[in-house]
Design a protein around this ligand. Sequence first.
Ligand code: 5GP
Ligand code: MG
Length: 181
Amino acid sequence: MHKDVEKVLFSEKELSVMVDKIAADVTADYKDKNLLLVCVLKGSVCFMADLMRKIDLDYKIEFLRAKSYLAGCSESCGEVEVKSEIANLEEYDVLIVEDIFDSGRTLEKVTAKMLSDGAKSVKCCSLLDKPERRAPSVKLQLDYVGKQIPNAFVVGYGLDYDENYRGLPYVGILKREVYEK
Ligand code: 5GP
Ligand code: MG
């Protein structure tokens, strides 16, 4: 285990089981649709790469940037900026692939952007969900979720703190002293 990690929440094996389940549900639900997976960079890269290889359908992929955290800030800073240049969205049933549903502002903003850019349909999947942290204004609900977690700051499997720890094969709780020093 990495020295900055206090506790492993989900092992590589446990993550794999979570992704299997989501992939099976997506495969069943999108049989007659024109699926476009939209990965929210950067934290969702590991989830996206694993999910893609487990969805047993034809589909296309795209990536977009959404930033709600400033570098070195472990709390959502409220404002969400979405950068997306996806062409021909009106042809696609979009599934947004996100790492964590926290205040919910990012997915709400990305969903609104995909709809206003003309997507045929938009659903959201998130590997992790922190229900305790939801902003009161957020009404959006996840269509697919791996696991709910308590209110702790986690890293690994794509998730960072200040751009570090993304390559850890597990999801773990970061020691408080790392971001409180
Ligand atoms: P939201 O807009 O839902 O508040 O924030 C979503 C984004 O915040 C996630 O996509 C993720 O990038 C980041 N985030 C939320 N909680 C955590 C966490 O515990 N660890 C890390 N590394 N990022 C988080
Ligand atoms: Mg994210």
